[in-house]
Design a protein around this ligand. Structure first.
Ligand SMILES: [Fe+2]
Ligand SMILES: [Fe+2]
Length: 305
């Protein structure tokens, strides 16, 4: 029978064995360190937001010009055939086309009106240029679905109040754009890291990052303020009606299964209960109205799915 003979210990083979200093590499960051690095990236003058198609930004400017009409928007869109094709595809989906799908951009724009066609242009632009990071594809897909759902719900809630509808959809669509921006930064600098690693800091961080991106795109200040504060009902101590609609809309889509929750006990994007109550009170949404709104939003989202 072979006899077991232990080999000489490493310490006996090498006198220096075990005397080195071992520590976790400096490239392994704790959650707070990673969050600080991301905060620094967005605060740096060198930060470059993902580029939105120039045509989308010009369509937005045009939609604010009282002299502009549908033909000008269509002419602008025709300068970017890929974006135009995406716009027509979205405008033909069940969410927008109640009867037969539009056969051309002119027809889509004429049926929808200037603000709605601008919203669709942004939906197409964000989907092709911002909600993209192959290391985080499943989170980006969930984020895109969540953003369109919140946009739809915010518009439904705003339509039931006296809140002007002009910015409602776009605010909902852009509200979490900071999460997309953070994912893009993570993919570039720490592809192995995920949003869950910075959960404690994520709420403040994605609202700040969203504000930086909105400023880079030179979108209206009001939209930037809303995006920067979208998990609360007030700005500067006053309830902002569109923020309140957004908070209620956000709650409804989470209830309907369109939230950002990778696991049942983890949410990447939660509004606390006191803000929800303040928002619902401010726009007169009691328990019964919340149920009716949930039904209406659910029907819209089902039609859009
Ligand atoms: Fe959200
Ligand atoms: Fe959010």
């Amino acid at each position: 029978m072979p006899t077991y003979r232990p080999s000489a210990s490493p310490a006996r083979q090498n006198a220096n064995y075990g005397k080195g200093v071992a520590s976790v590499g400096a490239d392994v960051l704790t959650g707070p360190e990673l969050a600080q690095e991301i905060r620094d990236v967005f605060a740096s003058p060198r930060y470059r937001a993902p580029l939105l198609p120039q045509v989308a930004l010009e369509v937005h400017q045009l939609s604010r010009d009282p002299r502009a009409g549908i033909p000008e928007v269509v002419r602008l869109l025709e300068r970017d055939p890929m974006l135009a094709a995406d716009v027509l595809r979205i405008a033909s989906s069940a969410a927008y086309a109640s009867g037969s799908p539009p056969r051309s951009l002119d027809e889509a724009a004429a049926r929808m009106g200037l603000n709605a066609i601008r919203d669709v242009v942004f939906q197409a632009a964000l989907s092709s240029k911002v909600f993209r990071a192959k290391e985080h594809q499943s989170t980006m897909v969930a984020l895109q679905r969540h953003s369109v759902a919140v946009a739809t719900a915010t518009r439904v809630v705003a339509a039931r109040t006296a809140v002007p509808l002009e910015h409602a959809f776009l605010f909902g669509l852009l509200h979490d754009v900071g999460l997309a921006g953070i994912l893009i930064v993570l993919a570039e600098r720490h592809p192995e890291s995920r949003l869950e690693h910075i959960l404690t800091e994520l709420s403040a961080l994605h609202q700040e990052a969203g504000g930086v991106m909105m400023a880079a795109w030179a979108l209206p200040d009001e939209l930037r303020w809303l995006v920067q504060a979208h998990h609360q009902a007030s700005i500067g101590g006053y309830v902002h009606p569109l923020l309140a609609c957004g908070v209620v809309g956000h709650h409804l889509v989470a209830e309907l299964g369109f939230g950002l929750s990778p696991t049942s006990d983890t949410s990447l994007d939660e509004t606390n209960l006191s803000e929800l109550r303040a928002a619902a009170d401010a726009i007169g949404v009691d328990g019964d109205r919340m149920v009716l709104l949930a039904r209406e939003v659910g029907a819209r989202l089902e039609g859009a799915a």
